[in-house]
Design a protein around this ligand. Structure first.
Ligand SMILES: *Cc1c(COP(=O)(O)O)cnc(C)c1O
Length: 360
């Protein structure tokens, strides 16, 4: 068996030990005689898996007691609709910051449910930097302020937390969740799809301050009503049980790595290996402002685009996959989530040097 270095932006690489444990437990989970996939979601075995996953997530992120954790389906794209449906709360408008492709998707979806004010945008910089907070035109009466804290496609990440006063801050954290400690208490609601940094696609996690729950628009589907789901401990309908089980194993793996402070340090080392190299030469370049570069998704371009195919082919031959940038931006992108080992980034940088040397 050979495992590749998988630089995919999502679904993405998972810790090998987690996959091994899942394989070991596939046919018979802890003597139950069943796979987790086959268990009733209301049975005591599955209920214990579910409760432990939530408890470990709460511990990792130090989630305050007045926040609910809800396990849903529908992905972050689903949340683009659920957030306005649940959080407009009768208010006239919501504020959105546009930092790239995922922000735009959120903005366009929210417009179906209410008035959206784009209060700041990265557009003037060609989506290469995050607008400084003092340029944001926030509305103190907005229902909430929405940001995408890590733009997976563009490769920009907030390395600071916006201050939105009494207006709840909402963040799409799909591609950075659990990569570093965050102060959950500064957000009204955080959502993420699991398939970047947590586990299999199909699970969506929402963390929400309790006082924001319970004023969903009447049209809100029951399955996506935060009150109905949180009142039922995410079991209003059948939750994505197997995905939650794998997420739970990943949470245990993170605790074993030393928690989020330790994983952040690891992520900083990995990203620095790549960005320091990118800044040290001119064959490749990274367009993103240094202060706003993502530690999770590093976009870069070859000076001579006609070499892109050869670069990707050589990478593949060396067991490094999924380095092609998103079709909307071109070039390359290396996604280096929690589960990407340092060796993967070292191998990539060594290959980049080798490719440069043989093409100049
Ligand atoms: C991947 C991603 C999405 C899309 O999530 P789905 O699970 O496909 O709905 C949305 N936002 C961000 C920031 C992402 O990285």
């Amino acid at each position: 068996m050979t495992r590749v270095f998988n630089f995919s932006a999502g679904p993405a690489t998972l810790p090998e030990s987690v996959l091994r444990q899942a394989a070991d437990e596939m046919l018979d989970w802890h003597g139950s005689g069943m796979s987790v996939m086959e268990m009733s979601h209301r049975g005591k075995e599955y209920m214990s898996i579910h409760a432990e996953a939530e408890a470990d997530l709460r511990e990792l992120l130090a989630i305050p007691a007045n926040y609910k954790v809800v396990f849903l389906q529908g992905g972050a794209i689903g949340q683009n609709a659920f957030v306005p449906m649940n959080l407009y709360r009768g208010k006239a408008s919501a504020d959105y910051v546009n930092t790239g492709e995922w922000s735009k998707r959120s903005i366009n979806e929210a417009k179906k449910y209410g008035t959206v004010n784009v209060v700041a945008s990265s557009e003037p910089s060609g989506f290469t930097s995050i607008p400084k907070q003092d340029t944001w035109k926030l509305d103190p009466n907005a229902a909430y302020v929405h940001i995408c804290s890590n733009e997976t496609i563009g490769g920009m990440q907030y390395h600071w937390t916006p201050d939105t006063g009494d207006v709840p801050l909402v963040a799409d954290m799909s591609s950075e969740i659990l990569s570093k400690p965050i102060d959950v208490g500064r957000y009204g609601l955080i959502y993420c799809g699991a398939q970047k940094n947590i586990g299999p696609a199909g699970l969506t996690i929402v963390m929400v301050r309790e006082d924001l729950i319970g004023q969903a628009m009447p049209i809100t589907p029951s399955a996506f009503d935060l009150k109905q789901q949180s009142d039922n401990d995410s079991m209003l309908n059948t939750p994505p049980t197997y995905a939650i089980y794998i997420a739970g194993l990943v949470f245990k793996w993170l605790k074993k790595q030393g928690g989020l402070k330790a994983i952040e340090e690891h992520n900083r080392v990995k990203a620095a290996l790549l960005y320091d190299y990118l800044d040290s030469q001119t064959f490749y370049s990274c367009p993103i402002a240094k202060d706003d570069r993502s530690l999770m998704n590093a976009p870069f371009k070859l000076k001579d685009e006609s070499l892109d195919e050869a670069f990707l082919k050589g990478a593949k031959e060396r067991g490094m996959l999924q380095l092609k940038g998103h079709r909307s931006v071109g070039g390359m992108r290396a996604s280096i989530y929690n589960a990407m080992p340092k060796e993967g980034v070292q191998a990539l940088v060594a290959y980049m040097k080798e490719f440069e040397a043989s093409h100049t």
